[in-house]
Unconditional design. Structure first.
Ligand code: RET
Length: 277
């Protein structure tokens, strides 16, 4: 007689349904977006009012600066009301079995990148005109800036670490080109200006480059490594944006107006980058 061996049971495969998570803004984020929206709106009104109080030949900085806060107002209005927001989906796998266990959907506020692509070139033009930077250097700074913001946008939606941090790396290289134009060529150009303009440029450019350097750090921690949540990300960018736009703007315009009042014939700052040399 033959004995039938008892079959060893097959390993049971437990089908895992991945858990789906959403990383979105909550009350703190929403309130912060509205506060910044209002502050950008009020600053814009103030800058347009300041523009109207000076002769048209001295309005270039006022107009540029008012445009910057106007774009920011529109972008914050979009985000506060739920526009300009997308979702970036990424999966977390159980490494041993290659099973997707979690799917995350994190909000990406792409309205920011639309804002930055318009406002950061205008901020650079403000600084460039103050220094009397030449046209080629201004163009290089503006194009590098556009590359930085657009590659940053692609990084935010990048699939996988290689692609995401690849885009991030191109953005950082573009940022270094901006730093070079402002710190090196800007400082070289402003030598031809008067003493007050020289001192003011080094303060304002130093303030700007310090602030701008914090953006990629926040991006790396929040959007890149996703160590902090969406609300913390919103608050961090809110503080930076207030300093980089309204505070920068009030500082520039009040200094401009004071200097043109006390020394109306002074060369340099007032010639709006059209150097007499
Ligand atoms: C990104 C991510 C990729 C790497 C780098 C970045 C730099 C962004 C900067 C933004 C500045 C924004 C300002 C806004 C004004 O309100 C795109 C975050 C380098 C420098 C000044």
């Amino acid at each position: 007689t033959t004995t039938i061996p008892t079959p060893t049971p097959l390993p049971t495969v437990v089908p895992t349904v991945p858990e789906v998570h959403y990383e979105t803004l909550h009350d703190t984020g929403k309130r912060t977006l509205w506060v910044v929206c209002v502050l950008m709106g009020l600053s814009s009104v103030a800058f347009y009012a300041m523009a109207m109080r000076v002769p048209v030949q001295k309005r270039l900085f006022h107009i540029l600066t008012a445009f910057i806060t106007t774009f920011a107002f529109l972008s914050y209005f979009a985000m506060a009301t739920g526009d300009g927001i997308g979702y970036h989906q990424y999966a977390v796998t159980e490494t041993k079995q290659h099973i997707v266990t979690h799917i995350f959907n994190r909000q990406v506020f792409w309205a920011r990148y639309v804002d930055w692509s318009l406002t950061t070139p205008l901020l650079l033009i403000d600084l460039s005109l103050l220094a009397g930077l030449n046209g080629a250097s201004i163009l290089v700074a503006v194009v590098a800036d556009l590359i930085m913001v657009l590659t940053g946008l692609f990084a935010a939606f990048g699939h996988g670490d290689g692609q995401k941090w690849g885009w991030y790396a191109w953005a950082c290289i573009a940022y270094l080109v901006i730093v070079y134009q402002i710190a090196q060529n800007g400082t070289r150009a402003v030598i031809n200006k008067d003493q007050k303009t020289k001192r003011f440029f080094s303060l304002l450019a130093g303030f700007t480059l310090l602030l701008w350097t914090i953006y990629p750090i926040v991006w790396g921690v929040a959007d890149g490594a996703r160590i902090v949540g969406v609300d913390a990300e919103i608050v961090a960018y809110a503080v930076l944006d207030i300093l980089a736009k309204p505070v920068f703007g009030f500082w520039l315009l009040t200094t401009h107006d004071n200097m043109s009042r006390t020394s109306p014939t002074i060369e340099g700052f007032w010639s709006h980058g059209v150097s007499s040399e």
